[in-house]
Design a protein around this ligand. Structure first.
Ligand code: AMP
Ligand code: MG
Length: 267
């Protein structure tokens, strides 16, 4: 699978209407699910290698519209991966203490250390998404944040972090179905709040905020991928491929054993 077709080229204008959320890449669902499982096995070993080598830091940022599938992605793509090597950092509404600081303050402390893989479930990008749509700070403040974010991510990259950013792209119809499902199924009611319907009314504003985010912050070193996410199986397939090929490209190796270890017999 050629993942480069899902990467947003740095410095180019973005038109979200040219990215089809319903795309299935021409794949067969059963085949794709088998391939995702195989990639998941490979991810397990690559993650162990990442941990053993202890050299690279890997940050996966996930953003999406409500119901876009962030939690499902994390569950499926990282299924079975050693939980002690992978950390999920969720970013909710900021606390008063967080709000009393700059918006990157709460984010920086959750970035991965050497040998770690961290997944941001929402991120500093909320500060140019929900904050922009609802003008939680004036335009003159949020508009400067794209540059801060590019610089912040460049700092992380320069200091040895590999960054992959995933935008889960669903259609407005798909969102209706997923919200309706949360209402109709008692076991899913906990996921629904009337606030989600209020947010849905801002669909167009969010799409514009996502568009500008992609345009302003996809860089060669910290690229965004637009993931067609209406079909969950295809979403999982594409994301697995992106994560695995990113880890493969790190060219990792197990550290050399201490001198004299090979051949030593335990008494
Ligand atoms: P959930 O992911 O469904 O638990 O919801 C988390 C909520 O926190 C979402 O409504 C986000 O928009 C909100 N949120 C996350 N980060 C921020 C932020 N920096 N400012 C305002 N709201 C935020
Ligand atoms: Mg929610």
């Amino acid at each position: 699978m050629d993942i480069s077709r899902y990467r947003v080229p740095a410095g180019e204008t973005v038109d979200l209407s040219t990215w089809d959320p319903h795309d299935n890449g021409g794949l067969d669902r059963d085949d794709a699910e088998d391939e995702t499982k195989a990639l998941n096995k490979e991810l397990e070993s690559l993650q162990e290698l990442l941990h053993a080598e202890g050299r690279h830091k890997v940050l996966v940022v996930i953003q999406a519209t409500d119901t876009g599938g962030k939690d499902g992605t994390i569950r499926h793509v990282f299924d079975g991966v050693n939980p002690s090597g992978v950390t999920v950092a969720p970013f909710k509404k900021p606390t008063p203490e967080e709000l009393a600081h700059d918006y990157l303050w709460r984010v920086h402390q959750h970035t991965p250390g050497s040998g770690e893989l961290t997944i941001f479930n929402r991120s500093h990008y909320e500060d140019v998404l929900v904050v922009r749509v609802h003008e939680l700070v004036p335009g003159e403040r949020w508009s400067r944040r794209y540059e801060h974010i590019r610089n912040f991510e460049q700092l992380l990259v320069d200091e040895g972090t590999t960054i992959v950013k995933l935008f889960l792209h669903i259609s407005k119809d798909e969102q209706r179905e997923r919200l309706q499902d949360r209402i109709d199924r008692p076991d899913k009611n906990w996921k629904f709040s009337f606030g989600d319907l209020a947010e849905r009314e801002h669909w167009a504003d969010y799409q514009e905020a996502f568009r500008v985010m992609l345009e302003e912050t996809s860089t060669d070193d910290a690229p965004w991928y637009v993931i067609p996410a209406d079909r969950k199986w295809f979403r999982n397939r594409v994301i697995s491929e992106i994560i695995v090929s990113t880890l493969r490209s790190l060219d990792m190796a197990y550290p050399d054993p201490e001198e004299g270890v090979p051949g030593t017999v335990v008494p």
